[in-house]
Design a protein around this ligand. Structure first.
Ligand code: ZN
Length: 407
């Protein structure tokens, strides 16, 4: 990359720093809590106004409301810079997890840190991606392709009314050559995520007084049978290790977590009439997601047909994704991080679900890198260091230039 173009881009972002921090304060002050999905329209409208102001073409997509969401309408925002069919996507979500205190929606600045719900996950990231596009536009750089901003709701609850809806109508990652998402990656690049299947198992029985226990059916003892089988399966699961980078070594094993939530019985002197517990299966990117899902379901179905009275509730499901560190976009991103942060970046697998999985299904290579810290995201003292927001904007602009090239 031409040194003067690089300097020009960095200069364009530096000159907008105050504006960026002010815009982030405005975004934080809109309480887009999810669940239930509050204040989405004012937030999308503000984002759209900003995208237009910086010269992007925008489109708001209304997500058809369904049962649970009648009172909270959902919208996605698409915004584009440039022409041509090859699109590099910057993808982000504007919903935040509920605040622990309503004061989290009053953005508070202390030195270079900006505190508030969503500062790190990921309204700081949204600001960075919009201002990256702005810098490219202001510097008059004509890319050999387009930048597509995809800004969605509902990421925090699985993406059904956000990314999944865009996928259904064919607007997610369309003509994409790659995707970047500014999740709070704490300085590393996430190139993979595990898949997840989370279930609640309810085991039935019949309640009775301890003195008349022979009239009851003990749900706890039934549950014990189920758990015993699952513990055997867990041994097999844990032998499988991922080749993606994740620390420490123990984090490489595939995961079966039993009993994250468990309930049952009413009193020590009654036969328990019902017990329930959760299963959280996290599947490494190298494993066959559908095959692993089936294995788990078969164990439970076998128990059911042998007479154990159980019912299943699917709490969440999300596929895995993983992209090579040698993808051209990965290289461009890593080089840009190095040149702005001043030290080489590291690739790691994200410990949770990531929306890169929606792009993976379309074979669009996707990576997460953002200004926030995972350790403060979702917590009571969430903040972002504004210097990281400015750096991230420069990194996204340079990555776009490196990977699309200029005409
Ligand atoms: Zn997030």
């Amino acid at each position: 990359m031409n040194e003067s173009t690089r300097a020009l881009l960095i200069q364009a972002i530096q000159s907008r720093q105050d504006e960026m921090s002010h815009f982030l304060e405005q975004l934080i002050s809109i309480p887009t809590e999810n669940p239930p999905g509050r204040s989405y329209l004012p937030c999308v409208s503000l984002l759209e106004r900003k995208c237009r102001e910086v010269g992007l073409e925008t489109k708001i997509i209304d997500v058809p409301s369904g049962g649970d969401y009648e009172s909270c309408p959902r919208q996605c925002l698409l915004a584009f810079l440039g022409e041509a069919d090859r699109i590099l996507y910057f993808h982000g979500h504007y919903d935040v997890v509920p605040a622990s205190d309503p004061r989290q929606f009053l953005a508070l600045r202390k030195g270079t840190k900006l505190f508030g719900r969503g500062a790190s996950d990921m309204k700081g990231g949204l600001v960075a991606m919009i201002y990256a596009a702005r810098a490219l536009k202001e510097c008059g750089i004509k890319l050999n392709g387009k930048i597509g901003l995809t800004i969605v709701p509902d990421e925090e609850t699985g993406g059904r009314n956000g990314s999944q809806y865009l996928e259904q109508i064919g607007l997610l990652g369309k003509n994409g050559i790659g995707m970047l998402t500014p999740e709070p990656t704490s300085g590393v690049i996430w190139n993979a995520n595990r898949g997840a299947i989370s279930l609640r198992v309810r085991v039935g029985g019949k309640s009775a007084h301890v003195g008349l226990h022979f009239l009851g059916k003990n749900a706890f003892e039934h549950m014990h049978q189920v758990v015993t089988q699952l513990l055997c399966f867990k041994e097999e699961v844990m032998k499988k290790k991922t080749c993606f980078q994740i620390k420490p070594e123990a984090a490489k094993s595939s995961i079966l977590l039993l009993g994250g939530q468990c309930e049952g019985g009413t009193s020590f002197n009654s036969v328990p009439g019902e017990c329930s517990f959760t299963i959280d299966r996290r599947i490494n990117p190298e494993e066959d997601f559908d095959g692993e899902r089936l294995k788990l379901m078969e164990i439970l179905e076998r128990l059911k047909s042998s007479g154990v009275p159980l019912e299943l509730e699917v709490l969440q499901e999300g596929s895995s994704a993983g992209f090579s560190e040698d993808e051209p976009l990965a290289r461009s991103l890593a080089e840009s991080v190095h040149s702005i942060v001043g030290k080489p970046s590291r690739f790691e697998m994200c410990p949770g679900l990531l929306e890169i999985r929606f792009y993976g299904r379309r074979n669009v290579p996707a990576f997460a890198y953002g200004p926030g810290l995972l350790s403060v995201s979702h917590g009571p003292n969430e903040y972002v260091d504004l210097r990281d927001v400015y750096r991230c904007a420069a990194i996204y602009a340079l990555t776009a230039l490196r990977s699309l090239g200029a005409v």
